[in-house]
Ligand binder design. Structure first.
Ligand code: ADP
Ligand code: MG
Length: 319
């Protein structure tokens, strides 16, 4: 099967402008969309490599789903609304079933979040599958939720519950045992994360700084602290842990909660006077939002008052 047949068969659902008349999609030299007045464009890109970001035997539907989910999550972290995405894929062999399932997973989440696939590139790779997604979003001109804007006294909030994806990953990679067959219940959190798009858009008027948790709470919160030149005091007990992992040994849970990656929940900071508004947003969106600590002036990250050396823990590809 040629490159062109693969594109036509698996990635041309929005050939030219089928999805949205305003957008020129797959099938021309460039995808084209209009820049709206009073809006900025947010762009992000993420690469997923077989055996590094996903196991070779992972359901291809879930791989397709996740490869767009993690990019949508980056839009969520700045409060952007999705416009569309590009998918570049390198595959070592033509595998009909794999491509069918992968593209189905990709299109399912793309439709769920109104983020059409408007272009990309398809090529043969040497050994592993390589996936790169680039995403575009809209953001109101006057607003921003960035890593460098946390203010002393802000409350530190997180969405969702912690622990599942890291424990699923460590069971799948043979680092810990599948105690009580827990994997079956938590694998979905690793393979199909929920991008917090609606939450991000709501928070843009209220939060000062935000990040999505991809490399672990400590490491990602630290990106906010360093960029904003502030510190934080975290109350460990206030971090919500998933009921599904609650019975596991404390050391496994603690690692997953503080350092576990692949969570894709938002961590954000907001002034105290926004507390009630944020509680209302949580109710309205039916998303769990919890205050886990405060921003401080001393530029260190403390957990229950004890300074934490974050550097040695969170995920880093080159360590
Ligand atoms: P070019 O030679 O101009 O780079 P290609 O032959 O690579 O064009 O691609 C043809 C069309 O198909 C382009 O519109 C491109 O954006 C789109 N395309 C290629 N691969 C993919 C893919 N994996 N997903 C979505 N669109 C794709
Ligand atoms: Mg090309």
């Amino acid at each position: 099967m040629s490159e062109f047949h693969i594109i036509k068969k698996y990635f041309s659902k929005y050939f030219r402008n089928k999805f949205n008349k305003e957008i020129l999609g797959v099938g021309d030299d460039c995808a084209i969309f209009s820049a709206q007045e009073n809006q900025k464009i947010a762009i992000s890109t993420d690469m997923l490599i077989e055996k590094r970001h996903f196991f070779s035997n992972t359901n291809p539907y879930n791989i397709g789903y996740k490869s767009l989910a993690v990019n949508l999550s980056d839009l969520a972290a700045v409060g952007a609304h999705p416009i569309g995405c590009l998918l570049s894929i390198g595959i070592p062999t033509f595998n009909k079933e794999w491509l069918f399932k992968f593209s189905k997973g990709f299109y399912d989440i793309s439709e769920k979040y109104d983020c059409p696939l408007i272009g990309g590139d398809t090529t043969k790779s040497n050994k592993s599958i390589i996936i790169n997604v680039t995403i575009f979003g809209n953001i109101p001109n006057t607003k921003s939720m960035k890593r460098d804007n946390a203010k002393i006294g802000d409350e530190i909030w997180v969405s969702g519950v912690f622990g599942e994806p890291d424990i699923a990953y460590r069971i799948l990679s043979g680092q810990i045992h599948n105690i009580d067959n827990i994997l079956e219940n938590i694998k979905i959190s690793l393979e199909m994360p929920i991008p917090r798009i609606t939450l991000g858009k709501e928070l843009i008027d209220h939060a000062n700084a935000a990040i999505d948790i991809s490399d672990g709470l400590i490491q990602d919160l630290n990106h906010i602290l360093e960029a904003s030149k502030v510190g934080a005091n975290i109350n460990y007990k206030a971090i919500p842990i998933s009921n599904k992992v609650i019975k596991l040994p404390e050391n496994i849970k603690k690692y997953a909660v503080l350092n576990g990656g692949d969570l894709y929940e938002l961590c954000f900071t907001a002034p105290l006077h926004k507390h009630d508004t944020i509680v209302d947003i949580a109710k309205q969106l039916n998303i769990k939002l919890s205050v886990i600590g405060n921003i401080t002036s001393n530029t260190t990250l403390k957990i229950n008052g004890i300074e934490k050396n974050y550097d040695i823990n969170g995920f880093d590809h080159f360590k």
